[in-house]
Design a binder for this molecule. Structure first.
Ligand code: ZN
Length: 500
């Protein structure tokens, strides 16, 4: 440890002992925070020192407060040691000073719907035809690097396909062996018996749901996700089993409506208000509908009584909602999202091909029955109404849904789309940082830029509090006080996303 060099005064004997004890405690704290980093990880480290001072930087603290100009942020022992008025700091041994005039620092993104896989549609063609079964290849190499490069320092996997890979990845990242964010490993999907996905467990009874939940908690999973075809009885069994052990459960639902799930005690609902099926015509209990909630969203007037009642039910049952706007943006049409060269660079040639095939409506396809522009408008307005009513809205892009939602980049896009929904830039940043931390019960350690919290920070060029697209200009991502080089991480996965 280089900490000893910080002490230069000649102490008396008793003082000396005191200092030794303090140093010992400090070095233990540092050891707990920052493990020895492997060669693989060190390759991406741009800044690592006993003390790091970011001078003259704009602070967007993640609480929704206005940005504060010209601050010094002091990082020590993996934590934010101080936030002070901007000043020049002389370089010293053991202290690295970064002059960040023109840059902003914000909390590391807490991605709440951030998968570690890709969805492959075998033999996809221009008519959007593909062969069964849809497959979900694991991206244990590229996804963690893309997330960290994009500013994500904590993420929830929100449904696992290769749970042992995810659990071991979390262990290796925490041990400093592999680069990546902190991971909340969600267990394998709790899916019902009529699933479309061949790689998911297909539950057939409440008893099996209970056993599955207990098994995966024993294996180390720290969250659960119910999926589209689960029944109310299975969901209830899963919720009770998870809660009995202090673990939260979210859902991408269809067979169970939002209100039903809230009353059963679910903690969070995925995909904003896009997959609530309560007003879908012909909805039968415990059975998913053909439009997966699109009918309901189209029928819900964002300022009407049904919306009000739904939101009140969610808020009164303390059910959070995860906004996943990036995965729906392409459906809104008009050639959205804008093509980003860096996103294309990350993909394999095959993934890039699929990306362009999925971006355009096949010439032979009939126009959609439900106007996508109406769905988009309703979704944005309902997310705003939910927050206005006191609801906890979080953010996560759902990478892979269509091939155009790539880890990291899409987390940034999610923040931009929240601004399109009508949130101010600093509110949007709070939704993508502090709100997720609060949901996970980690808001004492992460989620905002505050003295004493873990130094999980994103340094971006420009001012996202004024121009939200500046969240794309990530330079350095600090995780536990170690600064990672965003560009180097991206370079290491160039052309890999979609393959491994
Ligand atoms: Zn998902």
């Amino acid at each position: 440890m280089h900490l000893k060099r910080a002490v230069s005064a000649k102490p008396t004997q008793s003082r000396c002992l005191w200092i030794v004890i303090v140093l010992l405690v400090m070095s233990l704290a540092v050891a707990a925070q920052t493990p020895e980093l492997s060669k693989t990880v060190q390759e991406f480290v741009r800044v690592q020192a006993p003390k790091i001072v970011l001078t003259h930087v704009r602070v967007i603290d993640g609480t929704g407060a206005p940005a504060v100009e010209d601050q010094n942020v002091v990082i020590q022992g993996g934590k934010i040691a101080a936030i002070e008025k901007g000043a020049d700091v002389p370089a010293a041994e053991g202290t690295t000073v970064l002059n960040l005039g023109g840059y902003s620092v914000m909390p590391g993104i807490v991605g709440m719907h951030n998968h570690l896989f890709y969805i492959a549609r075998p033999n996809l063609d221009a008519n959007r035809h593909f062969d069964e079964p849809v497959l979900v290849p694991q991206m244990t190499f590229s996804a963690p690097r893309l997330y960290l490069a994009g500013g994500v320092t904590t993420m929830r996997t929100t449904g696992s396909i290769e749970p042992y890979s995810d659990l071991n990845l979390r262990r290796d990242i925490d041990a400093g062996k592999l680069p990546g964010p902190h991971i909340d490993v969600t267990a394998p999907y709790l899916e019902g018996s009529t699933s479309y996905f061949i790689q998911m467990p297909h539950l057939t009874s409440p008893e099996q749901a209970r056993e599955t939940v207990n098994y995966w908690i024993d294996m180390g999973a720290t969250s659960f996700k119910a999926y589209m075809n689960i029944t109310r009885a299975e969901l209830k069994a899963a919720i009770d089993a998870a809660h009995a052990r202090g673990i939260k459960i979210t859902g991408h639902l269809c067979s169970v409506t939002y209100k039903e799930a809230a009353e059963l005690g679910i903690d969070d609902l995925e995909h904003g208000f896009e997959v609530n099926t309560e007003l879908d015509p012909g909805k039968k209990p415990d059975v998913c509908t053909p439009t997966d909630g699109a009918e309901t969203l189209a029928r819900m007037d964002p300022s009407g009584p049904e919306t009000k009642e739904l939101i009140q039910t969610l808020v009164s049952h303390h059910v959070a909602v995860t906004s996943t706007l990036p995965v729906f943006e392409a459906e809104a049409g008009d050639g959205r999202p804008p093509v980003r060269q860096q996103v294309l660079d990350a993909m394999t040639p095959e993934a890039r091909e699929d990306y362009f095939l999925l971006r355009q409506r096949p010439p032979s396809a009939p126009p959609p029955k439900i106007d996508p522009a109406v769905l988009w408008k309703h979704e944005l307005a309902m997310e705003r109404a939910f927050v206005a009513a006191g609801g906890l809205l979080m953010s996560g892009p759902d990478p892979t849904g269509r091939g155009d939602v790539v880890p990291g980049f899409s987390d940034q896009r999610g923040i931009e789309l929240l601004v399109e929904a009508g949130f101010t830039p600093v509110e949007a940043i709070k939704i993508a940082t502090l709100n997720g931390a609060s949901y996970m019960g980690k808001d004492k350690e992460i989620g905002s830029v505050a003295t004493g919290k873990n130094a999980d920070l994103v340094v971006v060029k420009g001012d996202p509090s004024k121009q939200i697209s500046d969240v794309e200009n990530v330079e350095i991502v600090f995780k536990d006080g170690v600064g990672y080089d965003s560009k180097k991480l991206l370079e290491s996965v160039r052309g890999r996303y979609g393959q491994y």
